[in-house]
Structures are given as C-alpha cells and as structure tokens.
Design a protein around this ligand. Structure first.
Ligand SMILES: C[S@@+](CC[C@H](N)C(=O)[O-])C[C@H]1O[C@@H](n2cnc3c(N)ncnc32)[C@H](O)[C@@H]1O
Ligand SMILES: *[C@@H]1O[C@H](CO)[C@@H](O)[C@H](O)[C@H]1NC(C)=O
Ligand SMILES: *[C@@H]1O[C@H](CO)[C@@H](O)[C@H](O)[C@H]1NC(C)=O
Length: 306
C-alpha cells in the first residue's frame, strides 16, 4: 500500500514540474478579492492577516494571535533590523507592515497580484509614516525582482502555485549566500492534491480556490535543486481552525454592515454568497480541526540558497 502511494506521489510531483508556476490566476484573484476591502477589515483581525494565526497560551483575541504568528516568522527566519526583505503574496500587508513597525530600518518589497492590496498597504504606510515599504502588483508567473534580498518570506501563497521547481529556482536567483527563505503553507500531513477547477463536485475549488494546490507537509522537500532546507516546523491545525472560527464570528457580528457590501458586489446573488462565505469559513475550521489538528495543519520551512 505504501508503495502505491509513493508511486502516485512521485507522479504528482512530475506533473507539478510540467505546469506553469501558477494557473487560473485571474479566477483565484477575483474569487477572494472581489469583495471590497471593507469586508476584510470587518472580518479579519487588526493586522488584516489573511492566513492562520497562532493561538499560543498568552493569546486571547484574534489580534493577539495574528501578532504571535507574525512574531514567530521573524524569529524563525532570524530577521534582523536593517535587512532587505521581500514579501511574496503580501495580501493586505500583515507581515510587511508588522516588519515595517518592528524593524524600522528594514527595506521591504511587497508583491501580490492584487492592485487593491497594493493601494491599501500604501495608504497604511502613508498613515503610519513607514517610508521603507514598496509594493508591486505582479503575477508570480512573470515577476522578476532584479535584486537580492537578505530575507524572503511567503505566507500562504504557495497554495496558489503549481510549479514549485520553477518558482523556487526563480526565488533562488534573488538570494545570496546568507539569504534565508521562510515559507508558511497550510498542508495535509501526507498527501498533496489539486483543487480540481473543472470538477463540479469540488465546491471549494469552484468558488474559492480555483487552480489551487493542497500541499503535503513534505512536498516542498522534493524541490531542492536550487534551495536547501535548513529547518522545518509543524503548527497544529487547531490554530487555523480557531482563526477561521473567529472570522466567521466577526462576519456574523458585523452582518448589518456587511450585507450592503454583498448586495453591491453580488447583486441578486448576495444571499447565496453570504451563505457561501459562511460555509467557506466553517469548512476551513472543520478541516483543520479534524483529528485534533493533526491531519491538515500549517507548516513552516526555512531554506537557504544552494
Ligand atoms: C491567502 S493570501 C495571504 C496573504 C498574506 N501573506 C497574509 O498572510 O496575510 C494569498 C496571497 O497570495 C497572492 N497571490 C495568489 N496568487 C498569486 C499570483 N499568481 N501572483 C502573485 N500573488 C498571488 C494573493 O493576492 C494574496 O495576496
Ligand atoms: C528607513 O530605513 C533607513 C535605513 O535603511 C532608516 O535610516 C530610516 O529611518 C527608515 N525610515 C523609517 C521611516 O523608519
Ligand atoms: C525587472 O526588470 C524587468 C526588465 O527590465 C522589468 O520589466 C521589471 O519591472 C523589473 N522588476 C522590478 C521589480 O523592478
């Protein structure tokens, strides 16, 4: 039995090597970022972190748990003030803005494929007086940094990618001998799979995750031609479960302010999409909470250039 899975897994890795870096990028972008930023401001925590938080023993609120996860990235990546930083898949700027605040001499370049995200981060930098952050809107398939960075971070972007070989090669060209690459993904403990975009039965793929990948905990370890692994951590899935539960609570608590946004965005389908978004948060919470958080989870990786 183990052999069959092994062969299957190697076949899947070969398949990933033959795909573009990312596929269906427009659809994935629209699915999550169609709603105006007000939605995310009312549903996510204070840092607008659109990825798992860390509810360690001192965290009682989502805001604290977001901050605990952001802090652990910097610690695990051995980030020091004054370094140059690249944040790939920067979202609404949770990590870039955290670094700008806590490491004021770092020079930060933040990249995502969403122009709305760029605008929000730039507004926030202006408001807070951070002058060392520059934000670029670009698809990972074509992004070229043309520079090297001391630290490269990517938080929950690799799940939108396919060809890890090409992506990690590209990233390695932006690293020097002392650079470190820190990656946070969600994953299954053993199996990697596609979110099948042409499959009517895959609700998550159709409405929320077209072109996405569920990585396995060890998937990235198969792509070490240009980078090599220095360290690797697991974060129990219950942290993500609780994060998504908090998002759902906020959505419900802010229903009165959010419903008009749904009407503006989805028109006559607003009622359906209200239920879809609630279902999305519930599904994430249940998936990561399954089997005491030891089936689907979050993993962290630290790579250096080969
Ligand atoms: C789940 S969000 C995580 C955001 C952020 N890192 C955080 O933790 O708050 C995924 C991010 O990856 C970006 N992304 C997804 N596919 C991309 C692509 N093909 N090119 C560039 N960015 C992409 C999205 O725009 C978004 O910013
Ligand atoms: C930006 O970084 C430089 C050093 O690289 C530092 O001198 C400057 O104070 C920083 N700016 C802000 C607004 O923190
Ligand atoms: C890198 O160089 C290419 C080609 O000159 C250019 O199109 C691109 O905008 C540059 N990227 C950045 C981040 O400056």
């Amino acid at each position: 039995m183990a052999d069959i899975f092994f062969v299957f897994f190697l076949g899947a890795i070969q398949a990933l090597r033959e795909l573009p870096i990312a596929i269906n990028t427009e659809a994935a972008n629209e699915q999550h970022y169609e709603l105006p930023v007000e939605f995310f401001k009312l549903v996510l925590g204070r840092h607008l972190k659109y990825s798992s938080a860390l509810f360690n023993s001192e965290c009682y609120t989502l805001d604290e748990a977001e901050e605990a996860m952001l802090a652990i990235y910097c610690e695990r990546a051995c980030l020091r003030d004054g370094q140059t930083v690249l944040d790939l898949g920067c979202g609404w700027g949770s990590l870039s803005l955290y670094i700008a605040k806590n490491f004021p001499n770092c020079k930060i370049t933040s990249v995502s494929n969403s122009a709305r995200q760029k605008k929000l981060i730039e507004d926030e930098c202006r408001r807070m007086g951070y002058s060392n952050v520059s934000v670029l809107t670009c698809d990972m398939n074509s992004f070229e940094a043309n520079a090297s960075f001391d630290r490269i971070f990517s938080i929950e972007m690799f799940e939108h990618m396919k060809n890890y070989e090409k992506l990690l090669y590209k990233i390695s060209t932006w690293m020097h001998a002392d650079s470190l690459l820190f990656i946070h993904i969600f994953c299954h403990k053993t199996f990697a799979y596609h979110f099948e975009d042409n499959c009517d039965d895959d609700w998550m793929a159709r409405f929320f995750f077209t072109g996405g990948t569920m990585p396995a905990d060890n998937l990235l370890l198969y792509f070490q031609s240009h980078v090599s692994i220095e360290d690797h951590w697991n974060v129990n899935g219950k942290h993500y479960s609780k994060t998504s539960e908090e998002w759902l609570k906020r959505m419900d608590a802010n229903a009165e302010r959010l419903k008009p946004l749904f009407h503006e965005t989805y028109g006559s389908e607003a009622g359906k999409w209200w239920v879809y978004w609630r279902t999305f948060f519930i599904a994430v919470s249940e998936l990561f909470g399954y089997n005491d958080g030891e089936e689907w989870m979050v993993s962290h990786y630290l790579f250096k250039k080969k």
